[in-house]
Design a protein around this ligand. Structure first.
Ligand code: SF4
Length: 332
């Protein structure tokens, strides 16, 4: 490889799941890392222009982040890993698998260098470590340094995941407390808070351009968002087998497990997907059919409409939750 000092990481897709690990690993090997800025209109438009119509909104957005890094001109290489489905119960959408090829083909005339790697079993720590050690070797780092870099990076990712899960637990605990306060108010003036479980791939749920308006609308309408993807990943994965033995995608499994663990602690569930998402079209349908006892709103956002019209649907949904909270549907 030519002399590489600065490596760009596009802030899209699995960056929201493994970004801490990637960034820290490369930094520990001595590289400067530049992560593209959070998605905005310009990034999104660039991604759309670079993509064919048929790919999903999340994949288009990712291409916009690659373009932004290339436009910045500061990166000697772009890091685009491939996560595949060697584990048939913890695999990934084909977009993640083909991403290096897709990026290389899309930006063939302007790509400085592409640093890629194959993570064959993301849920298998031993195999994932071997995959990162192999990347470090290809980058020319000494084996001891690579092993240390991986250890530090994986610890940082684990700490970030644990902090997110702890914050989620704290929010649920506070909501429970407020509910009790509201229930004990003899005047009935206290409005109990509404906990909304947002079920979405992390690069949808936490991308400010894609989901920002939706999160803001929920909060404005008096709901508190609980992110399904911030549930303890290992526990959620395990619980997902109560929901399905055969679901093939790791992230959808983590989301299914989170629903199984949390549905009795929330007032409603919002399923949020990017158009056209193959895994979610099957997953969302299975959730709508099989999860009982809690109202579910299924939202799909696409490049044309964005979140337009979503607010009205959220308003109706939250009205229904409040109505139900007063027992209105129990005595019909
Ligand atoms: S899982 Fe869905 S939203 Fe995510 S990359 Fe695949 S098709 Fe796109």
């Amino acid at each position: 490889m030519q002399d590489i000092r600065t490596i760009g990481i596009p802030r899209g897709l699995l960056f929201y799941q493994y970004g801490v690990l990637w960034q820290r690993f490369l930094e520990e090997l001595g590289y400067q890392v530049e992560v593209s800025a959070p998605t905005d209109r310009a990034i999104f438009d660039a991604g759309e222009a670079a993509s064919v119509d048929e790919v999903c909104l999340a994949s288009k957005t990712y291409m916009g982040h690659v373009a932004a890094l290339l436009d910045g001109g500061r990166c000697d290489a772009i890091f685009v890993p491939s996560y595949d489905s060697a584990d048939v119960r913890a695999g990934f959408c084909t977009k993640y698998q083909s991403l290096p090829d897709l990026v290389a083909a899309t930006f063939a005339d302007r790509m400085p260098q592409l640093i890629t790697m194959r993570v064959s079993k993301a849920n298998d720590r031993k195999q994932a470590k071997a995959d990162f050690l192999e990347l470090g070797r290809r980058l020319g780092a000494a084996p001891r340094r690579v092993a240390h870099a991986y250890k530090v990076a994986q610890r940082a990712q684990d700490a970030a995941d644990a902090a997110a899960a702890a914050a989620q637990q704290e929010t649920l605990h506070l909501l429970d407390k407020y509910r009790k306060v509201a229930a004990s108010d003899p005047t009935g003036a206290e409005q109990p808070p509404l906990a909304i479980l947002l079920v979405a791939h992390p690069y949808i749920a936490h991308d400010p351009y894609i989901a920002g308006d939706i999160l803001a609308a929920i909060e404005r309408l008096g709901g508190t968002v609980i992110f399904a993807d911030q549930t303890d990943h290992a526990a959620a994965f395990k619980r997902s087998f109560d929901f399905s033995d055969t679901l093939p995608w790791l992230i959808n499994r983590q989301l299914a497990g989170a629903i199984t663990m949390l549905h009795q602690q929330v007032d409603g569930i919002v399923l949020l997907s990017a158009f056209p998402c193959g895994p979610d079209s099957m997953f969302d349908d299975a959730i709508m059919r099989n999860v009982q006892g809690v109202p579910i709103l299924n939202l799909m956002i696409d490049a044309q409409s964005g979140s337009a019209g979503v607010e009205t649907r959220l308003e109706s949904f939250i009205d229904i939750l409040r109505f139900q909270g007063k027992g209105a549907y129990l005595h019909g």
